[in-house]
Design a protein around this ligand. Sequence first.
Ligand SMILES: [Zn+2]
Length: 68
Amino acid sequence: MICPRCSTVGVKVIYYGLPHRLCDNDECVCLWGPFDWLTTKLPFNGFMLQYQGSYWSALWTWLTEGQS
Ligand SMILES: [Zn+2]
């Protein structure tokens, strides 16, 4: 998955409990994904969980450990 702004490869993150991609370029830090139309309208809550592999197992981690 390539950043729509700078074409850097993004990393997978969970933001507001939804799967997103975060640009790995420190000067860009673009967040995008199938739900960015929603989450970009919400106040930035500062909490993202970077993950690899399955969204569902990462979501479980986010729910059980991520926000404590
Ligand atoms: Zn970017």
